[in-house]
Design a binder for this molecule. Structure first.
Ligand SMILES: NC(=O)c1ccc[n+]([C@@H]2O[C@H](COP(=O)([O-])OP(=O)(O)OC[C@H]3O[C@@H](n4cnc5c(N)ncnc54)[C@H](O)[C@@H]3O)[C@@H](O)[C@H]2O)c1
Ligand SMILES: N[C@H](CO)Cc1c[nH]c[nH+]1
Ligand SMILES: [Zn+2]
Length: 435
């Protein structure tokens, strides 16, 4: 990890210190994904079979997972894992229901009622990565809010494993959360299929979920096409920033940093603290713990692009964090909640030494599909609202029009939009009111 003394840097050096690893959006990737999307659009299922053979080295007969395959997957799972999926889904359901938007109906003037009604997005497509490590937790994080929102058709794509099957736990989590159909598809071809539809895969209005650079590039391309599909957010590699004071536990901090570093070589982790001693201890501890991990090499690559930042106090630590806008922010200080009001930009916050980031990844109840790469400045994580549209409604009585009509007529006249003005004034005339 690179050591940085924040107060010795000028503004340009500070910006460079907080830069993310470069994202690969190479021309080759762009063109490769364009070709895959065009192929799926032109040849549908036939293209999906060929692309799966090429990139997943598997033969696809039926694209959709059958009831028999769901049952076999469930039978292979341990009771402990099934119970953990159900337990996590239960808490995620509880929090997401409580945090869901509500309908609004108020009178803004006598005789003028304005409402907000909520509608589920009809067809949504979920992507659950499984190229490296299959992520059943991501199926839960997407399936639960889709079900609460009431989406009529919830489709999920996840790639085939080396054994020629989709991951058992992903299939179980999909069923447990009410996903309607699962397709054995991965990569850019899965995104193309859900965005444009094929003989087997229904065309979806909005796509959700993380994935590798092929998946992410495909999501960006289909979201830029009016005939394609909307997407949840621009997602990138996982990241975490830890703010800690001198008394924080270096073993806990090292474990939290490594939990995100093990996601991928392009993940990034930062520790920001006023304590030089803590920086030393965490650096040594990270190296000690890393060597014990099965994914030690992946973590090592991520740590190469990671930072240990020395600041003068916790207020400056918050400033660094807000500039970086991390996907995950962990605060391990004597009074972590005291810093919460100062958090301006973060995907999800973890307060205190007993709240490892892993709880949010799996089962505290919050969502782990969060904005990365600084997008936490302006985007939020996935929630029930992500699966809904909000429609506003207004209804005026004659009294209401008499009350607020002149205001509209004056503003329309100022904008020289006479048809707008007349739509109001001719009604007022009809009532015998001069505007
Ligand atoms: N930000 C988040 O919320 C979050 C959460 C979990 C995982 N992630 C990220 O998701 C990613 C998961 O990636 P993954 O690879 O394990 O799984 P994946 O399912 O995203 O990708 C696997 C698919 O990629 C396609 N593919 C592989 N090589 C290809 C090639 N050369 N050309 C075209 N297509 C190719 C294959 O069809 C395969 O099915 C990681 O980068 C991880 O960091 C992000
Ligand atoms: N930390 C990831 C989001 O950045 C989500 C995840 C899934 N499984 C484990 N972690
Ligand atoms: Zn994680």
């Amino acid at each position: 990890m690179k050591r940085i003394d924040w107060n010795r840097l000028d503004d340009a050096a500070r910006r460079a210190a907080l830069a993310r690893p470069a994202q690969s959006r190479s021309p080759a990737l762009r063109e490769g994904v364009e070709t895959i999307i065009a192929d799926v659009r032109a040849r549908g299922d036939e293209a999906l079979r060929e692309l799966t053979a090429r990139y997943d080295h598997a033969t696809l007969d039926a694209l959709a997972v059958t009831d028999e395959e769901f049952a076999e997957a469930e039978a292979r799972l341990s009771p402990e894992l099934k119970a953990a999926v159900r337990e996590a889904a239960g808490r995620i359901d509880r929090f997401h229901r409580a945090a869901a938007p509500t309908a609004v109906s108020i009178e803004t003037a006598p005789g003028v009622r304005v409402e907000r009604v909520l509608r589920p997005i009809r067809r949504v497509g979920l992507y659950v990565p499984a190229g490296g490590a299959p992520l059943p937790s991501t199926a839960i994080m997407l399936g639960v809010p889709a079900a609460i929102a009431g989406c009529r058709e919830v489709v999920l794509c996840t790639p085939l494993q080396a054994n020629g099957r989709c991951d058992d736990a992903v299939l179980f989590a999909a069923r447990a959360t009410g996903v309607h159909k699962v397709f054995k598809l991965g990569g850019a071809q899965a995104i193309a299929a859900m965005a444009y539809g094929t003989e087997s895969v229904p065309r979806c209005d909005k796509l959700f979920g993380p994935g590798n650079s092929w998946v992410t590039e495909a999501k960006l391309q289909v979201s830029g096409d009016p005939e394609g599909a909307a997407i949840d957010m621009p997602a990138g590699p996982s990241e975490v920033l830890v703010i800690a004071d001198a008394n924080a536990n270096p073993r806990f901090i090292a474990a939290d940093l490594l939990s995100q570093a093990e996601h991928g070589p392009d993940s990034q982790v930062l520790l920001v603290t006023p304590s030089d001693a803590l920086l030393d201890e965490v650096e040594a501890e990270v190296e000690r713990q890393r060597r014990e991990l099965p994914r030690a090499d992946v973590a090592a690559a991520a740590l190469g692009e990671s930072r240990l930042v020395r600041v003068s106090d916790l207020e400056q630590a918050l400033d660094v964090s807000n500039r970086y806008a991390p996907e995950h922010l962990i605060i391990q200080t004597a009074d972590p909640r005291a810093l919460l009001d100062g958090v301006a930009a973060a995907g999800s916050v973890f307060l205190g030494e007993w709240t490892p980031e892993s709880l949010g990844d799996y089962c505290s109840g919050s969502n782990h599909v969060l904005p990365t790469y600084g997008y936490a400045r302006s985007y939020s994580g996935v929630s029930v609202a992500s699966f809904q549209t909000q429609v506003t409604v207004q209804e005026a009585t004659a009294e209401g029009l008499r009350t607020i009509g002149p205001c509209a007529a004056t503003l329309a006249a100022a904008e020289q939009l006479d048809a707008h003005r007349r739509a109001v004034t001719l009604r007022l005339d009809a009532m015998g009111v001069s505007a």
